[in-house]
Each structure stands twice: as C-alpha cells, then as structure tokens.
Design a protein around this ligand. Structure first.
Ligand code: HDE
Length: 739
C-alpha cells in the first residue's frame, strides 16, 4: 500500500493496532464473530456461571466468570486530580505558512497539516459532574507532529490565580469540594476558596474572569484558549522571542446566563459534551485560529508589569495577535475511555522551535504533568497507549516497566555503544535535534518573589474597566451569589476588602448585595501569602494602575472584537412551539429558512408524535414541554394557529418556556396568534415581551418577512439590555425608598 506523506496521515492511519471495531468484525465471514475471553477462547455460555449442581454454589474453577468480573473490577483508573470532567475530539491543524521567521517548528511551516486531538474540561468538578459549572475550562491540544508530540495545555482564561507553582496544591485544596463533607460538587467551594483568595491578592484578576460571563461558555466551541504563560519561539537561526499563545474561535465567544447555567445542569449535565459531539457528527466542524503575541527579547521589561507573571495578560492594544494557523475538529472519538480519558498531556512535550520562559508557575508545571500521568495511567509506558503515541518514530534505551507494548530487539539498550553502531544517535540541530534555549543565568540561588510580581490589582481593574455595563452587572451578581454561600462573615468581608482594592464601585455593589459596607483597609489582612521572615510591606501591592485603561478584546459583548465579524447562526438551536391546530405551512417555511442558514430546529409540543396542523398538514414533534426546557435552546419561535396557541396559553410549562427565554435575554419570534403566548408569558413586573428588544412579532403571519429579522436577532445571541433595564428599574425604586 502506498504511504501517505506524514503530514497528511491521521493519527488513526498510523496508530492502527489495538483498535477493535466490533460491528465490522461481526460482518466478517466467520472468525471474528464469536464471543471470546481475553485469550481468544470462544465462549459457549455467557449466561450461567459454573455451579455445583444447578442450585448449588458457584465454583472457583469458573475462570470465565473470574476473568470477566476481575476485568470489570479494574475498569476505573484514578480520575484526573483536576480537569477530571472533559470531552475530546480529533482534528487537524493547518499552518498558514507565515511563521518561518518566528519558529523552526515543523508544524508551523508553510503547507504543514498536522493531526491533533483536543480535550476541553472543567477544573473543579469530578468526572461525573455537570458541564455547566461556573468554572475555568481547560483547553488542551495534542499535536502529532513529524518532529514528535507537542502538547499545548492551556485554559479559556488568559491568567491564573497564583504566581508560583508551590501554591498550587493550596489553591486546589481550597477550591475543590470541602474535604469533610465533599460539598459542593461541580462548583468552586465557598468558605475555603474565598478564605484562601481573600488573603492571596494576586488571585483577584482571575477571580473576576471566572465571575464574568467567561465562566459560563455557551459552548466549548465558543470560547477562546490561552497558553497563559509566556513561552518562547525560536527560529532556524536560533533567534528567540517571547510569545503568548491564543486560540480564537471562528464561532465567536458567547456565554449563557447564570440562572440558565444552573437549570441546564439539571436538564442536561452533558450540555457541552453533547453540543460538541453533535456538531461534529452533523459536519458543523468547530474551528479556532492559533495566534501569538510576539515580544522581542529586548522588550521583556517594557510593559510596566512582568511578562513572567502568569496573573498578567498582555493587552492586545499593546501587542496585537498574529494568526499562524487554524485547528478544525472533525472526528469524534470511537471510545471515550481509550481516547479522552487516557490522553496524557504534558507541558514538557515540546518540539524544536518552542521553548519555555522562566515563569515560576510554568516551571512547576513542567514537573507536575509527567508525574501525574505516571500515577494516573499506571507507569512510564503511557506514551504507548494509542492516543498518546507519537507519529515520529521512537528510538531510545528506555525499556520494560508496567504494560510495556514494544518488543525491543537486541542486546543494546544504552549509549554510547559500538555493539550497535552507536544507534540511536543524537540528532544535530540541523537534523531536528531539540536544543534548550541558551539563556544566561547569573544570580544567587534564592527563594523569593520578584518585586516586579507585586502588583496584584492593576490588571483586575483593567478587566473590570473593559467590561460593558451588563458584563459588570453579571460579575457583581456572581460575586453576590458566591459570597452569599460563604457562611463565615469574616471571609465575605475580606473578599469585599480585596475587591475594593480593584475598584470601589465593584466592591460597593457586591457589599450592598451582602448587606454590608466596605470595611476599612487593614494592611496586614490583605496578603498572608508572605514568607515567615519576610517584611509584609514588601508583599503589599500599590494601588491599581493599569498600563492600558481599557481593552476591547477582554469583553465578549455582541459588538466586541471577538464577535464583530461573526454574525451567522450556524449550529444555533431554535425551539418551535406548536401543537395541534398550528400553522404547519408557516412552520415548515421558517424551518427551511433557518436550516438553510445553518441553524437547527426542533418542534416542542404538548405531546410527541404527529402534530395535526390547521391546514391538514402534519409535522412530527421532537420534544414535549416535559422532556425539554427553554434553557437548552438559543431562540424560540411561537407558531400561529388559533387552537394551538389557545392550548399553549393554558399550558403553564409552555408559558414558562417563553418566560425563561425572555428572562435569559434570548431572541423570540411569533407569528399571528403566536403573539398571544408572548402576552400570556409577560410577567406583571416586566416590560411587555411583545415590543421588547430581540422580540420579532409578525401579526400578519408573513414568515418571509419575519425570518430575516429573526435570523438577525439570533446572530446577536442575547439581548442583555432586558436584564439591565430590570436592574435599573429596581435600583430606581430602591433609591426612592431610601431617600
Ligand atoms: Fe494544570 N494540571 N496545573 N494548569 N491543567 C493538570 O494533569 C498543574 C495550570 C491544565 O485535558 C493535571 O493530567 C500545576 C495552568 C489543563 O488532560 C496536573 C499547575 C493551566 C489540564 C496539573 C497547573 C493548566 C490540566 C491534572 C500550577 C493553564 C487538563 C491531570 C503550577 C495554562 C489536561 C493531568 C487534560 C491538568 C498540574 C496550572 C491547564 C495535576 C501543578 C496555569 C487544560 O498535572
């Protein structure tokens, strides 16, 4: 068989062996169709264990029973200590061919196409928790390059809670469920987490990101990815530059409302996983562009903050992102455990042309990932598991260990050797050999944080400044929610004190919701993340003074750069509310138009099966108001038809469907009598749904007139102004009451 060029091979082409397609085997002419033991013995009776008489005790001799049950007993491996809940997919990375001056990495050179495997995850929840927790999302990509494996292990948030890896176990112990009762699941802990961060001020920047809409992605396909640390790219001449990595989704960046996220967790804990899976199955392949911000070595110190500090980002206003290629996810896994669970990402998996900076968080991670895989996957041969295998051939003297798959031949497993012609030999740089970046280190061995890291609030303020009014409101509400769950008043108070260092208005609004005022600053309370013999004053940050006042790239509102040129409605889920008596002709016309625009539609009715329309036409219902919920859709359309709408108005679940969609600021449309359901759903305290922004009503039942406006509204994603209006109304009433 002719070999495909390496760059064009999928991972599957190369790593073919232990994959078993049971269905395909069944179709084969004979041998493969029988049930066997793991030794290949054909099984005659898989229904009954071997007993001493048909009512007697089971015999130890029953090796069939023992093999099956023993294997079952050992099915689980330790879940990841963090990022346990994840979902993965295969795809490819295509270089744009413009990176040659920046890096010698082969997968970034012109024409290179590289198979990849991506895994997205939540951080705090365990494997069986919900996708929709307010949390950071992991964003990890394994590149099977011709020069070996390159693992990108990033997050959907560009900064981190802590500056030094030595604090990581503390952070995770504080954020995971509290150890005495393992509560709360799929959320950051309350008293312990806020206790820790309220005296670890460097965490304020990331805290605001997690409390913002970024903590609740609408889809994994609609979030950015970041390398977080500063890395280095090194070109063929050996020139090194600092870089920050970015992934920008072609689908735009969108979030859901907090109440919606909570409801989704109940309705469909697999919401993100299902979304990614079904989009890939339907051919709507998600794409991200990989970009870098490049900083020349001589500019390392010019920013007014330290680029080695992982609690800082580099505003795109200072250094724009240049795109180097794109990733497309186009194939779901065949087996979750074999691929998504067993994939092992390690920061130390790099290729020539990519190198590390001295960021102390990054340096600690370089140790942690290999260490954790040894435990999780049971030994040093995890690189032989198919999903982890390099496409580049492996030759070295490493031997044996648990579950070794490779059968190394010969007697030479060392180097240098002459018995085997000094094979395998070291590669020169020109032959693709990896060379660590040459940097001069001339300093005392010391346990100390650089003074340039002692700026804890500037970028938290930059992030706060860069949010729109509604995004700010969401942050305030999120903090009120989280701190409202903290039982220890002192912890609430300390967190508000920290917020006040970032922005007075932010702290004041959070405090108001907690029924407290901003406490007076007590310097020693601000930072306990200080060595025993250090002078606490050396660890106190000055006031928040951002280098850049405002960065548009940090907002994800409809008009932000993240969404500016992304106005299509591909993959959006539209609920069509209709039941017997509905205008099926209009429904069919609208469905056709929406689907042509790339959206997916589902009929939600009072019963499953056939809906008999007013004009004699019929259509099948996909869901009922009991089996689905408004929170699982992006937009809602209420079809016309007197009897259909009369019934829906009587159905409290149908009314709530519209109310929820309105409350979560989603686009809503109605034709003819359909508007009556919107009226029935209007809460007495709210603005009328008909006439509100993002609501398209056509009383004349002209679907062709309504459709373009509805599509435009769906592309806008959410009309958060509704929520802002309601909040402003309440504030005005409160102001009157207090005066
Ligand atoms: Fe991780 N992290 N991490 N992390 N991390 C793990 O490795 C660790 C950090 C990230 O889909 C673990 O295989 C330390 C930052 C992702 O399999 C573990 C420190 C960022 C994933 C580990 C950090 C990440 C992990 C747990 C601070 C964003 C999931 C299971 C020094 C840049 C990868 C595992 C996947 C997983 C350690 C901080 C991203 C224990 C010690 C910062 C996306 O090794």
């Amino acid at each position: 068989m002719e070999q495909k060029p390496l760059a064009k091979q999928t991972h599957e082409d190369v790593v073919s062996n232990p994959k078993t397609d049971e269905l395909a085997q069944n179709r084969e002419d004979g041998y493969g169709q029988f049930l066997t033991t793991n030794q290949g013995l054909r099984v005659n009776d898989d229904q009954n264990s071997l007993k001493d008489g048909d009512r007697g005790p089971t015999l130890l001799e029953d090796f069939l029973l023992r093999e099956k049950i023993t294997h079952f007993d050992h099915e689980r491996i330790p879940e990841r200590v963090i990022h346990a809940r994840g979902v993965g997919a295969h795809g490819y990375f295509e270089a744009y061919g413009n990176a040659t001056d920046l890096t010698r990495a082969a997968f970034l050179q012109p024409g290179a196409v590289t198979p990849i495997f991506a895994r997205f995850s939540t951080v705090a929840g365990s494997r069986g928790s919900s996708d929709m927790a307010r949390d950071v999302r992991g964003f990890a990509v394994k590149f099977y390059t011709e020069e070996g494996i390159y693992d990108f292990v990033g997050n959907d948030i560009p900064v981190f809670f802590i500056q030094d890896a030595i604090k990581f176990p503390d952070l995770i112990h504080a954020v995971k469920p509290e150890p005495h009762n393992e509560i709360p699941q799929a959320a950051s802990a309350h008293d312990t987490f806020y206790d820790f961060i309220s005296i670890t001020p460097e965490s304020m920047h990331m805290l605001l990101w997690v409390m913002s809409d970024r903590g609740l992605p609408r889809s994994l396909r609609m979030m950015e990815g970041f390398g977080v640390h500063t890395y280095r790219l090194i070109n063929a001449e050996g020139k090194s530059r600092f870089v920050k990595f970015h992934w920008k989704p072609k689908q735009g960046v969108h979030s859901v409302a907090w109440e919606e996220a909570q409801q989704i967790s109940g309705n469909d804990p697999d919401f993100h996983r299902r979304d990614l899976w079904s989009c890939i199955e339907s051919g709507a392949y998600p794409e991200w562009e990989l970009g870098v911000q490049v900083i020349e070595e001589e500019d390392e110190m010019k920013f007014g903050f330290d680029i080695l500090d992982a609690t800082k980002l580099i505003p795109e206003e200072l250094v724009p992102v240049q795109m180097l290629g794109k990733m497309v996810l186009n194939r779901n896994v065949d087996n979750y455990f074999a691929e998504t669970e067993q994939v092992a990402f390690c920061l130390s998996h790099v290729v020539p042309g990519i190198n590390f900076s001295n960021d102390p968080l990054l340096q600690g991670r370089l140790f942690s990932y290999l260490d954790t895989q040894l435990k999780r996957l049971g030994g040093p041969n995890f690189h032989e598991i198919p999903i982890n295998r390099s496409l580049a051939p492996i030759h070295n003297g490493q031997r044996d260990g648990h579950m070794r798959q490779t059968i190394n031949k010969g007697n030479v497993a060392y180097g240098p050797n002459l018995l085997n012609d000094n094979f395998p030999k070291q590669a020169k740089q020109s032959e693709g050999g990896f060379v660590s970046n040459h940097t001069r280190v001339d300093a005392a061995k010391i346990r100390r944080r650089s003074k340039s890291f002692i700026d804890f609030y500037s970028q938290a303020k930059l992030f706060w400044n860069s949010q729109t009014e509604i995004e700010k409101l969401h942050i305030v509400k999120a903090l009120r929610f989280e701190l409202g769950h903290v039982q220890t008043l002192d912890v609430r108070m300390r967190t508000v004190l920290q917020l006040a260092q970032v922005d007075h208005d932010l702290a004041h609004r959070v405090a108001e919701g907690l029924g407290m005022s901003i406490p007076a600053v007590n310097g020693t309370q601000l930072n306990l993340n200080v060595p025993a013999d250090a002078n606490p004053a050396d660890y106190q940050s000055g006031p928040a003074k951002p280098t850049v006042e405002n960065s548009a790239a940090l907002s994800i509102s409809a008009d932000s750069p993240a969404n500016a040129d992304k106005k299509d409605i591909k993959t959006r889920q539209i609920a069509i509310l209709a039941t017997d008596g509905a205008d099926v002709a209009a429904i069919s016309e609208l469905m056709k138009t929406l689907m042509e625009a790339g959206a997916q539609t589902a009929i939600v009715a009072t019963h499953l099966g056939t809906i008999k329309g007013k004009d004699g036409q019929e259509i099948m219902a996909n869901w009922t108001f009991q089996s689905t919920s408004s929170v699982l859709f992006d937009a809602v359309y209420v079809a016309g038809g007197v009897h259909s709408v009369q019934m829906l108005v009587q159905d409290t679940d149908a009314v709530r469907f519209v109310q929820d969609a309105f409350k979560h600021c989603k686009p809503i449309a109605a034709s003819a009598e359909g508007a009556d359901l919107l009226k029935a759903a209007t809460h007495p305290s709210a603005t009328d749904i008909v006439g509100a922004e993002g609501v398209v009503v056509d009383t004349g039942n002209m679907v062709n007139k309504l459709a373009p406006q509805f599509i435009q509204a769906i592309a806008h994603h959410r009309f958060w102004g509704r929520e802002l209006k309601a909040a402003q109304k309440m504030e005005a009433i409160l102001a009157e009451a207090v005066n």
